[in-house]
Design a protein around this ligand. Structure first.
Ligand code: NAP
Length: 334
């Protein structure tokens, strides 16, 4: 039996469990040169909400009536390709179902790295933080770097790289607990609780000399507020806009666009997978910083196939404490 969570209907407004439907189907048959793999872990990204729209973003829309697509780690259970052995772990774009058919080009997971670390700070969000901050934001030592979504998977690594690079690192996150973690564990200079504090006032205090680099994970009203605190020549790395994802992405931009002219600001959007040539250097630095304890990270591990849709929704309420993962099963030892 192949359990599946089907992308059943398009959300209008916030994504809800009703957008997905549970189904059971026969286990697929791999063909020549293919392997059958079984789902072990799923990783969740806010951008998956944008893949549920009916227009092309940087990804084609997720197909309705099919298992919802998303990144994951699977284990090979039968193989007809010399490139994959039974027991191997593979990662990449999977979907919300127990079984998948892959070919020999599937990316093997290095056995020595724990899966939550591989999917977390050394995975896509860690790489996004590294490339987005260092190549797009281009901070200089002494700069004030402001990061929104700062307690999340991407933001927490970003803010800590800023600290490592000799910048003043300021994070914005929702709630006292997340802000406490940013100060005590991630060792940022300041943390602003956007759910309980006046962000404009707090930015004036925490970034009294202005913001040189803003790493934006949130977009929307917060971007507008931050523009008022940017320094001359400031740079904005537009990584994500989670505050808009449940609104269909098509909301008006900031009302204070003239700030760009007055302050000679640059805003550059980026998508991590356009920068694959930077991955080896990023993995080497991130691996060393994680091993040395320079980068603290949190992984939020839910479990159970039945909880896949509700786990995805945690990203939008802020219930996730760090990188959102779900374990379906442990890989079989081999
Ligand atoms: P994450 O930060 O671990 O989780 C999402 C967090 O967003 C939540 O924990 C919540 O934190 C915050 N949030 C949710 N709704 C919000 C709202 N309306 N306003 C403000 N904050 C809100 O997720 P992630 O995977 O690291 O992704 C973070 C951002 O990076 C997303 O925008 C994502 O699309 C983007 N991203 C971009 C790329 C790229 O290549 N450009 C790659 C990966 C991710 P609080 O509790 O603090 O509200």
């Amino acid at each position: 039996m192949n359990r599946q969570w089907i992308y059943a209907n398009r959300p209008v407004g916030p994504v809800s469990p009703d957008n997905f439907e549970y189904r059971e189907s026969p286990v697929p048959e791999p063909g020549d040169g293919q392997a059958l793999v079984r789902l072990c872990w799923l990783s969740f990204e806010p951008a998956m909400r944008t893949w549920m729209e009916d227009f092309i973003t940087y990804m084609p829309p997720a197909p309705l009536g099919q298992p919802m697509i998303g990144p994951g780690v699977c284990q090979v259970v039968a193989s007809d390709t010399p490139d994959l052995q039974v027991g191997d772990l593979v990662s990449g774009m999977m979907s919300w179902q127990d079984y998948h058919v892959v070919d020999g080009t599937a990316r093997k997971v290095p056995p020595e790295t724990p899966i939550p670390v591989m999917l977390g700070p050394l995975g896509g969000t860690g790489l996004t933080a590294y490339i987005g901050l260092l190549d797009i934001g281009r901070p200089q030592p002494g700069d004030t770097v402001l990061v929104s979504g700062a307690a999340g998977a991407t933001g927490s690594v970003t803010a800590q790289i800023a600290r490592i690079k000799g910048c003043r690192a300021v994070g914005i996150a929702g709630g006292a607990d997340k802000c406490r973690w940013l100060l005590d564990e991630a060792r940022l200079d300041e943390a602003i609780d956007y759910k309980n504090e006046d962000v404009d006032d707090r930015l004036a205090e925490a970034c009294g000399d202005g913001v040189d680099v803003y790493f934006d994970n949130v977009g929307g009203d917060l971007l507008e507020t931050v523009l008022g605190h940017m320094n001359q020549g400031g740079r904005i790395a537009a990584c994500g806009a989670i505050s808009t994802y449940n609104q269909g992405l098509r909301r008006p931009g900031p009302a204070n666009m003239f700030q760009f002219i007055e302050k000679r600001l640059t805003l550059q959007g980026f998508v991590m997978f356009d920068h694959m040539e930077r991955v080896p250097a990023a993995q080497e630095d991130l691996g060393r910083w994680v091993a040395d304890g320079e980068i603290a990270f949190q992984t939020d591990i839910q479990s159970g196939f039945e909880n896949i849709p509700s786990t995805f929704l945690r990203l939008f309420s802020g219930a996730n404490q760090g990188k959102q993962l779900l374990k379906v099963r442990d890989p079989e030892p081999c």
